[in-house]
Structures are given as structure tokens and as C-alpha cells.
Design a protein around this ligand. Sequence first.
Ligand SMILES: Nc1ncnc2c1ncn2[C@@H]1O[C@H](COP(=O)(O)OP(=O)(O)O)[C@@H](O)[C@H]1O
Ligand SMILES: [Mg+2]
Length: 262
Amino acid sequence: MKMSWLNRKRIDDDIMTATVNDEGVPVIIEQGNKSINHNLVDNRLVTLKEPASISAEQFRILCTRIAQLRQDAGSYVLAVTSSIKSEGKSFTSLNLAISIARDFDEKVLLIEGDLKNPGLYEYLKHPPGFGLTDVLEGKIDIDACIVQMFDGQLSVLFAGKTTGNPSKLLSSLKMQEILTTAREQYKYIIIDTPPIMPMADINIYSTLVDGILLVIQAGKTPRSLVKKAISTLAADKIVGAVLNGVEPIHSRYYYGSGYDSY
Ligand SMILES: Nc1ncnc2c1ncn2[C@@H]1O[C@H](COP(=O)(O)OP(=O)(O)O)[C@@H](O)[C@H]1O
Ligand SMILES: [Mg+2]
């Protein structure tokens, strides 16, 4: 017997095997492609593709700052957001997570929290499959859909199926449980969250995370918009800003991402 949700085209039969337990509930026993070949990922992941670049160096500086924030706490959960979409949240979250895993040799979990516009699949060239949405809906255990890179140093929880009402799902107790359990397993948890505007879904995450990092697209996002966006956030949670896409002419920040204390 197969439950209907298992029949969706999205879930490729040949990468997935399922069985049914005594209660008639499908139990996923294996999801294929559980690891990502880091040689194949997108060239925009500068921390991996150009580790000697100024941009990769900026990410290492950012890692050091996050490590300082964690101090002796067991874990640190960081939400990466921006005023509007396409300012580089996914770019920043991924490069930061890679740098923590590779340069700092720490275990990190990267969660795709932008359920409406997930960007991590494309960067990591990973086919859509189960992810956070499915875990929140109770369809699959989190361990069955976490995908690993660098021998498990970096774990990625993709978005999963696009859902009509992410806000409701994210507000559920289950999301809190996911993070509580993750805190026991990872020193660093990075959540690539939705932009602050127009929906302010980020505020759902605000209460669950230790810090919020604001990505600002340099030279493009108007200052007034950034100010307005920040005013809707829990101010005490904002730990810094990344000026993304700075041209070399701005000597203070160089090309790529510059980090600024907020
Ligand atoms: N520093 C950067 N250098 C080069 N391309 C970038 C940089 N930051 C973002 N981009 C590109 O800009 C686009 C939007 O970035 P993305 O990280 O997907 O934004 P968001 O997650 O905030 O919606 C993508 O095509 C991404 O590759
Ligand atoms: Mg994104």
C-alpha cells in the first residue's frame, strides 16, 4: 500500500524506498542522494571555489565573529535575512556554513527556512526532495532528509515541498522541537530565512534564534527601506549586517561580502 503523497512525481521512485508500518503509515527508510558532491556545486560558492579570494576571507572573518557570539554556549542559531528578496541571503548563508565547516572544522546545520522561495537547491545542484516542510507536516523524520557535505561536517535541510501556508507551519511547536534537538547535535545552526518584507515571516524565527544577520545588497537597497525593515525586527536579536556585492572601488569592503557590526 502506498499513501497518496508518496505517489507525487516530485518524489522519484528510484531515489526513494518506502515501507508501511503496522499502523498503515508510510515510513521512509531511505532517501537517495544523501550526500552532495562538493565538486559539482555552483561556482558562486566562493568559500569552496575560491578559498584564497578576498570574498572567502570576508566569510572567514564573519565566522570568527559568529564564534565570538557563541562563546561557550553549546550552540548558536543564526537567522540570515534581508529587507527584500534577492539581496544574497542564500549566497551568504551557504558560504558562511561552508566556511564554518571547512575553515573552522565545526559541525554546522544549514536550514532552508525561506519556504516560499528556496534557493539552496540551485546553489548545491541538488534535486528537490523531502525537507523542512515535510518534517513540519510530520511526514518524514528529520534525519531521513538531511543531506550531507564534507563527510558530515555540513548538514543541509532543504525546503521540501512548497506549501500554501508556511507561516502557520513555521509557527508550530514542531519547529521549536526541531531546533531544540538540532542544538544538541550542532554547534552552529544557520537558517536561510525569508526577507523581512513584504510578509515579516522572519518574526516567527526571531523568537527561536540567538541572532539575526542582515544582508544588504550594496548600492541597490535604499537606506530608507533597510531602516524600515530593521524597525520591524526584534532589535536585540540583530547581531550584524553583511554588505553584499560591494565593488572593489569601495576599498573598505572589497568585492564580495563585507561584514559590519551593527
Ligand atoms: N556576492 C555575490 N556575488 C555574486 N553573485 C551574487 C552575490 N550575492 C548574490 N548573488 C546573486 O544574486 C542572486 C540573488 O542571491 P540569493 O542569495 O539567491 O538571494 P536571496 O536568497 O536573498 O533571495 C543570485 O543569482 C546570486 O547568485
Ligand atoms: Mg534565498
